[in-house]
Design a protein. Structure first.
Ligand code: HEC
Length: 447
C-alpha cells in the first residue's frame, strides 16, 4: 500500500536519472566537501595510504556484502581497478555517510546498536587520505585474502538455533534485468496453527535475489490473536532478530504474513524469486515473563496535515503506556518529504532525553535500529515517548519530486506518511525494578 506510492516516485526519479544525478551533484557533494575537511584533518596526510594495505580491508568489512557480483550494489568493489575507478564517489559516499546505507545520527542519543554497519571516523579518514593521495595501489603482497562469505543458501542463525521451525516463502516473482523498481506484497499462510512465542527471525533472499531484493518487511494479517504490526524487517547485511530472553513476541495462530518486498532491477533476470522468512519458536510450554510487540506509533495523532508548496512542516506524536516498558527497537517511516525524525523520552519528572535521531532520512532504505540490551530505554508509568518528524517540501530536499504540490497524509505517491515502528516489551513494576537494578549492577561492575 504505502510503499507503492514511493515506488512510483522513485521510479520516476530513476527513469529520469534524476535520483542518481541528485545524489551525485546535489547537496550531498557540498556536504562531502565540508565534511572532508574535518576528516582530512583527522588523517595523517603524510603516512602513505594504499589500496592493498589500508583500503581493501575497509571495503571487505563495510562494502563488499553489497558490492560484489550477485549482490544489490550497482558495481563490485573487490579489486584495485574497481575501487580506483570509483574512488571519488567512494570518498563522497563515506564522508556523507550515505554508504554503507544506515540513516542514524552519530552525535545524539543511543549509539550502542545491534547490527550497526556505520564506519568509524578513523576508517572514513583513511579513505579520504587515500583518495587525496591519488588512490595508490601499494604492494600487492599487502592484499588481504578474499573474504569467505557465508553460504547464502543457509540461514545464518541456524548455527545458533538449528534449522527454523517454520519457513514462510513469498510467492514467486519475476524481476526483469532492466526496469523500474517495484514492490511485491503477497500474502501467504504462516503455517503456525496456534499462538506461539517467537524466539528468532531471519529474512533471507534467494541467491539470485540478493542482487535485486533491496529490503523486505513482513506483517501479520489475521489470526486468532490480534497482533498489531510487524513480524520483521530486512535489508541486506542484517542477520536477523533475536527476541530478548524472557519476552514473547507472539506469532498469532492461523495467521497469514504479508510481505513488503522492494525489488530493484539490477542487470540480471531473476525468475520466480522467493524471499524466505525463517522463524524459530519457543517450545509450546515456554512461559514468558513479558509480551513484546512491534507496532506502529503515529506522529500526527492519526489526523491529517498539509505541507504547503515550497514549505516545511513538523509533526509530533506523544505516546505512553499503562505499564512500565522497555523500548527494544525503532524504525522511522516516511516518504519523500520527510527529512528527519527523532524519538525522545519525556520523564514524569520533566527531564527529556533524546533516544534516537535520523536527520538524513531516505525512503530508499528501511532500517530498524535495535538497541543493545544494556541501553534499551526503560520507561516507568508516566514517562512518555515523543516522536517528531520534519518535512521539507522545498527544492532543498533532494528527494522531493515536486516542490509545487500541496502534500497531505496518505498512501499515494504524492502523499506523505509519518509513523515509527517500535518494538516494546511490556513490563510490570517488579520487572521494571529488576531490570533497572540489574543494569545498574552491570554499570557499577564495569567501572
Ligand atoms: C547494504 C548494501 C550496501 C552496502 C553495505 C554498501 N552499499 Fe554502496 N550501494 C548500494 C546500493 C543498493 C547502491 C545504489 C543505490 C543507492 O545509491 O542507494 C549503492 C551505491 C553506491 C555508490 C554510488 C554508485 C553510483 O552509481 O554513483 C557508491 C560509490 C557506493 N555505493 C559505495 C559504497 C561503499 C564505499 C561502501 C562501503 C563503505 C558501500 N557502498 C556499502 C548498496 C550498498
Amino acid at each position: 500500500m504505502l510503499d507503492l506510492g514511493i515506488n512510483r516516485v522513485m521510479s520516476r526519479m530513476a527513469t529520469s536519472g534524476m535520483l542518481a544525478m541528485l545524489v551525485a551533484f546535489g547537496s550531498g557533494q557540498e556536504l562531502a566537501a565540508q565534511q572532508s575537511v574535518q576528516f582530512a584533518s583527522a588523517s595523517s596526510a603524510d603516512a602513505e595510504v594504499t589500496f592493498t594495505a589500508d583500503i581493501a580491508p575497509i571495503l571487505q568489512a563495510n562494502c563488499q556484502v553489497c558490492h560484489q557480483e550477485g549482490a544489490i550494489g550497482p558495481m563490485p568493489l573487490m579489486t584495485y581497478q574497481d575501487a580506483r575507478r570509483w574512488s571519488a564517489r567512494i570518498r563522497n559516499m563515506v564522508v556523507t555517510r550515505e554508504m554503507p546505507p544506515y540513516q542514524y545520527d552519530d552525535d545524539v542519543g543511543i549509539q550502542d546498536l545491534k547490527y550497526d554497519p556505520r564506519m568509524s571516523d578513523e576508517d572514513i579518514a583513511t579513505v579520504v587520505a587515500w583518495v587525496e593521495q591519488g588512490s595508490p595501489e601499494g604492494d600487492p603482497n599487502d592484499m588481504p585474502p578474499p573474504v569467505v562469505w557465508p553460504d547464502p543458501t543457509a540461514f545464518r542463525l541456524a548455527d545458533q538455533f538449528g534449522e527454523p521451525d517454520v519457513i514462510v516463502r513469498s510467492t514467486p516473482y519475476d524481476v526483469p534485468a532492466v526496469g523500474q523498481d517495484r514492490w511485491w506484497q503477497p500474502v501467504v499462510d504462516a503455517g503456525i496453527p496456534a499462538d506461539r512465542c517467537i524466539r528468532a527471525i531471519e529474512t533471507k533472499p534467494s541467491v539470485e535475489g540478493r542482487a535485486v531484493a533491496h529490503h523486505a518487511n513482513s506483517n501479520w494479517v489475521g489470526g486468532t490473536t490480534r497482533v498489531q504490526g510487524m513480524l520483521s524487517e530486512y535489508a541486506l547485511g542484517k542477520i536477523g532478530e533475536i527476541i530478548p530472553e524472557g519476552a514473547c513476541r507472539t506469532a498469532p495462530g492461523g495467521a497469514q504474513v504479508r510481505f513488503d518486498i522492494h525489488y530493484w532491477p539490477n542487470g540480471v533476470d531473476v525468475v520466480d524469486d522467493q524471499v524466505e522468512i525463517g522463524i524459530w519458536l519457543h517450545p509450546e510450554d515456554y512461559e514468558p515473563e513479558y509480551q513484546q510487540n512491534l507496532t506502529l506509533y503515529y506522529l500526527n495523532g492519526g489526523r491529517g496535515y498539509d505541507i504547503p508548496p515550497n514549505g516545511t512542516l513538523m509533526t509530533r506524536g506523544i505516546h505512553q503506556w499503562d505499564t512500565p516498558v522497555r523500548l527494544d527497537s525503532w524504525q522511522p517511516h516516511g516518504h519523500t518529504r520527510l527529512v528527519a525524525m527523532s524519538m525522545e523520552i519525556l520523564r514524569a519528572n520533566g527531564r527529556t532525553e533524546t533516544v534516537s535521531m535520523v536527520s538524513n532520512w531516505s525512503a530508499l532504505w528501511h532500517h530498524s535500529h535495535i538497541y543493545d540490551d544494556d541501553v534499551a530505554p526503560l520507561l516507568d508509568v508516566g514517562d512518555k515517548v515523543i516522536l517528531t518528524g520534519w518535512y521539507d517540501n522545498t527544492e532543498n530536499n533532494r528527494y522531493n519530486p515536486d516542490p509545487d504540490q500541496w502534500v497531505g497524509i496518505g498512501d499515494r505517491t504524492a502523499d506523505e506518511m509519518s509513523h515509527a515502528w517500535i518494538a516494546v516489551t511490556h513490563l510490570d513494576e517488579e520487572g521494571f525494578q529488576k531490570l533497572t537494578e540489574e543494569r545498574q549492577q552491570r554499570l557499577i561492575s564495569q567501572d
